[in-house]
Design a protein around this ligand. Structure first.
Ligand code: WTA
Length: 648
């Protein structure tokens, strides 16, 4: 064992108790209280969830809390509600009407504040715009926007009329956008003339124009003017946001929607080439995101909460917009990069708005560590009372830095484990109750029943690694894969009988604390963003010079993992640096910048089993520069490993 391993083991055994000051004011202020809630959630599931759901507004109550026909769940059956109503209208009845709902800052430094009343006004108007464009309940709307308030307005307007949105992260390419639009058969795309990122303009409209040539289902494109740069305009199809808004009023009552009415589709990577359209519905997702926001972030009326995620990912859906606004809390949104114009932008924002709760990704924290303490040191971060992380395992070193440099040793850290599919946080400390161990997401939230199992599906003893599964259904669970229910069954409910398969490896220690080890399938986690290796492989193979490709994750200090691609070329093709660059650019064009391979290794052949399966495990070892320890006897051609190591 190396010196470094010993160090991190020593750190892992540290424990941090919730600070007494925090605990005394927390919503859940002791471990006994957590345990009582947890027990209640398991023993009296229906009444437990009913009581929480009753804190929200329903046009019509449910007749049954859960109808479970595995693997299909319906929650709050026959209940009628509206998430946009619960994020907006309910707050208009009290003084909260004039409370800031969104505090927004653009990358160039422009700022906007929308109170709940102002946000409601805009959402109602935009919902009327949607109706005018022929969008009806059930129609899918694609959204491809920068992080501006209009993105939240568009989501809430869709939710208001029952038109499921499909938000596509602005970093995806035209190809990837078109695939997602077509899979959902969206009728409308909402975009902007551009967005700001590191001082440059991201040409979103241009990308939409290209995507729409491949998406005949699109009837209209709405363009929000963000940068004022010139864009091409298709007279019948394209409309300016501000012009459409002028023509409508703000009278748009929220539609009472069935609890199981689809709320959104969000595409995420799985272990096959085609992204999966994870589908969430209204009532259960609303209850799940609402209550987890309240528990995990200990949200109080006077908090200024900031989650740095882009709304194109699930974290932005659940914890920039829906769960936070449903609690009537103030959410901060920032459009741009953390190091623009300088490496202290985040700390500047925290100081300026007196942010109290800060939720970000381990990859960002690792970058901050690298940039150095002098950046946060320039700012007064004393408003912070709680820190959170999400998206990937956090290494204890980064955790300790976050704790001392950003949290001033006084803020609890909530390391929250969940997935696009789970909709809401599943395993996490409760900041006023759970003592934390750096690197562990700690214990399950009420209603969540995780287990670590071996390949045969039986539970493994504490301390031993295995697959993380969830034994019971939960309100915010995905309902299906849009248009592909078989894939839903196969992917999540067939691997371990009777359980939801997360795709993550983990272990649970003697104290019942969960330690997530990372994906066990062919999914890689780059800066907390999921990418399927198959997606990148298909992109590579679609290049005419490529014969075969295998893609693996390679450990990276900042990003967690980066992509290493092993490529064989068609005969007669010259391999050189130029081809490597060409292939990287090709992947960016096919999927987007996040999928750019860090390294391309040309090779004569790939290691395969006798049955022809690529042995990615061996490639992972080679990419990481590790010795191969596992079994290689099934390898068809053993000499290939040596050749790969020599770079042949
Ligand atoms: C990983 C993001 C360790 C995990 C909300 C999961 C984590 C995947 C954590 C989901 C965490 C997320 N510790 N790993 N706290 N949170 N993950 O769908 O591998 O983008 O399966 O959802 O991220 O990624 P997704």
């Amino acid at each position: 064992m190396s010196r470094k391993d010993i160090d991190s083991l020593l750190k892992e055994s540290r424990r941090f108790e919730p600070p007494a000051e925090f605990q005394s004011r927390a919503r859940i202020g002791s471990i006994e209280e957590y345990e009582k809630l947890y027990k209640e959630s398991i023993e009296n599931r229906d009444s437990f969830w009913s009581n929480i759901a009753r804190e929200l507004h329903w046009f019509q109550p449910w007749t049954e809390v859960l109808r479970w026909n595995p693997p299909h769940a319906e929650w709050f059956v026959e209940g009628k509600t509206n998430l946009s109503y619960n994020c907006l209208d309910v707050h208009l009845e009290s003084w909260r009407r004039n409370k800031a709902a969104i505090i927004w800052e653009g990358e160039p430094g422009d700022t906007r504040v929308l109170t709940f009343q102002m946000l409601h006004h805009e959402v109602c108007r935009f919902a009327n715009v949607l109706k005018r464009l022929g969008i009806e309940k059930g129609d899918r709307v694609a959204i491809y926007m920068p992080l501006v308030p209009e993105l939240a307005i568009a989501m809430l307007a869709c939710a208001r009329i029952g038109a499921p949105h499909s938000i596509v992260f602005g970093g995806f390419s035209a190809e990837a956008l078109a695939d997602r639009i077509n899979d959902a058969s969206a009728k409308l795309v909402i975009t902007a003339d551009g967005g700001y990122r590191r001082g440059k303009i991201v040409p979103l409209k241009e990308t939409v124009d290209e995507a729409v040539t491949k998406s005949p289902c699109i009837e209209n494109v709405v363009v929000y003017k963000r940068t004022g740069g010139s864009v091409s305009f298709h007279p019948e199809r394209d409309h300016w946001w501000h012009e459409l808004m002028e023509a409508v009023d703000a009278d748009c009552p929220a539609e009472p929607l069935d609890s199981e009415h689809p709320l959104y589709i969000l595409y995420t990577s799985g272990s096959t080439g085609k992204p999966k359209g994870v589908m969430h519905t209204t009532g259960g997702y609303m209850v799940g995101t609402y209550v987890t926001s309240k528990w995990v972030f200990d949200l109080k009326e006077e908090d200024t909460y900031w989650c740095t995620a882009d709304i194109g990912w699930v974290t932005g859906h659940s914890y920039v917009v829906y769960g936070i606004l449903a609690n009537g809390a103030t959410t901060v949104m920032y459009e741009g990069a953390p190091n623009w114009p300088e490496a202290d932008r985040f700390w500047q924002i925290i100081e300026k708005y007196k942010v109290t709760i800060f939720y970000t990704a381990p990859t960002a924290i690792r970058a901050f560590v690298k940039w150095g303490e002098q950046w946060p040191d320039r700012h007064d971060l004393s408003s912070l009372r709680l820190l959170g992380t999400v998206g990937e395992p956090i290494n204890p070193e980064a955790w300790m830095w976050y704790h001392s440099v950003i949290g001033g040793k006084r803020c609890p850290i909530v390391d929250t484990w969940w997935q696009t599919e789970t909709g809401a946080i599943m395993i996490s400390p409760l900041p006023g109750a759970t003592s934390t161990k750096p690197g562990s997401a700690t214990r399950p939230l009420p209603g969540v029943v995780p287990e670590i199992v071996g390949p045969d599906g039986s539970a493994v003893p504490p301390g031993k690694g295995g697959f993380l599964v969830l034994r019971e259904p939960w309100p915010s669970m995905l309902r299906t894969i849009y248009g592909d229910d078989d894939r839903y069954r196969n992917q999540y409910w067939s691997q371990v009988k009777g359980s939801y398969f997360t795709g993550d490896g983990a272990r649970c220690d003697e104290d019942g604390y969960y330690w997530i080890m990372g994906r066990v399938d062919d999914v890689i986690n780059i800066s907390g963003h999921r990418l399927g290796t198959m997606e990148v492989e298909s992109a590579l193979v679609s290049h005419p010079k490529v014969a075969e490709a295998a893609v693996v994750g390679k450990p990276d200090e900042i990003k967690g993992e980066v992509i290493a691609a092993f490529v064989t070329v068609e005969s007669g093709i010259e391999v050189d640096e130029a081809l490597s660059d060409e292939l990287k650019a090709h992947v960016v064009k096919q999927i987007g910048g996040i999928a750019r391979p860090d390294e391309i290794r040309f090779t004569e052949s790939l290691p395969k089993t006798r049955s022809g399966k690529i042995m990615r495990r061996l490639l992972r070892d080679i990419a990481a520069g590790r010795e191969t320890t596992g079994d290689t006897t099934t390898l068809e051609d053993r000499s290939i490993l040596d050749r790969l190591r020599k770079g042949q």
